[in-house]
Design a protein around this ligand. Structure first.
Ligand code: TA6
Length: 297
């Protein structure tokens, strides 16, 4: 596992066979002002491009520091390895977002090789002001019954639709925010016979994104054909921004596991599968090399 202080981005996660499980673009730039294209970027304090500051917020384009003395976490898991990182606003950030906060992130590897990301965001405003934010790992929700799930189509002005198809096929650009989703999502890579399972807590929504061919060409730090090898599935809190009063803290948790697909057979309902022809996932975001997104009930 590799974690950059720049953006607190997990840019590499390998299984016991040394196979890379996360997508990072060959054109990714690992320094400001651009966020690293791939890995697990963190979107905070906003998901999207509203307001007077940068798209998907600034957490993904700031240099984090190692948190030497984090408050204890209520975790029963033992880890193979972990690191605690912290982000506080710099003077310059106040002109974009006039709030004080402490954003603590634990990135951990379990003995079985899973990744756990725990975000803790605390309002440290001294003037008594509350704030709200939206959040995403560019990935815990259980996606049940995708055929009836509501989503906001970001390609159609965030209009609300209900998923009609039994399966979602990737044949063109997809940029959807599924709202109020369950806490467990599976993404199946048929080619590699591998299933990624994402558990999320504190993030009710999930974004599914693939730029497809035309947009891929228009994104400077994205290879022309890389859309065939990635899918961005992002556990997120978007529809209802999270309110925090001074002194209050929000916790979001994501657990990501990659298992041989046979482990999941029998649990997967074929009617609730998102099929991908060539690609693709991003827990807002995790970028993974996959070919199918599916749900487990
Ligand atoms: O999460 C999906 C999305 O917001 C898309 O709309 C798409 O533009 C993508 O993220 C990438 O955004 P970025 O700012 O990293 O270029």
């Amino acid at each position: 596992m590799q974690v950059y202080l720049y953006g607190a981005n997990v840019t590499s996660w390998k299984n016991d066979h040394g196979e890379e499980l996360l997508f990072v673009s060959s054109k990714a730039v690992f320094k400001p002002p651009k966020a690293i294209r791939g890995g697990i970027p963190i979107c905070f304090p906003q998901v999207g491009g509203l307001g007077n500051f940068e798209q998907h917020g600034f957490a993904r384009t700031r240099v984090w520091t190692i948190d030497q003395n984090p408050p204890p976490l209520q975790e029963s898991n033992s880890y193979r390895a972990f690191v605690d990182l912290i982000l506080r606003p710099s003077e310059g950030d106040f002109k974009f977002w006039p709030h004080s906060y402490e954003f603590r992130l634990r990135v951990a590897l379990t003995p079985g090789g899973d990744i756990i990301l725990i975000s803790r965001i605390r309002n440290t405003n001294r003037d008594g002001k509350p704030f709200t934010f939206t959040y995403a790992f560019h990935t815990e929700v259980r996606v049940e019954g995708l055929e009836t799930m509501d989503y906001l189509d970001n390609l159609k002005g965030k209009e609300r639709f209900t998923e009609q198809a039994d399966a979602l096929t990737f044949e063109s650009e997809v940029d959807k925010t599924y709202v109020s989703t369950p806490n467990k999502i599976a993404i199946i890579d048929h080619e590699k016979k591998r299933t990624y399972v994402v558990w999320k807590e504190g993030m009710p929504d999930a974004v599914v994104w693939n730029p497809w061919d035309k947009k891929a060409k228009a994104i400077a730090d994205f290879g022309d054909d890389e859309y065939k090898h990635m899918l961005c599935v992002e556990p997120a809190a978007i529809e209802d921004p999270i309110p925090l009063k001074p002194g209050e803290e929000w916790t979001g948790r994501m657990h990501l596991s990659a298992v041989p697909s046979s482990y999941c057979s029998g649990q997967l309902d074929p009617k609730r599968v998102l099929y991908g022809t060539n690609c693709c996932i991003y827990l807002i975001a995790v970028w993974q090399r996959v070919s199918t997104v599916s749900s487990i009930t």
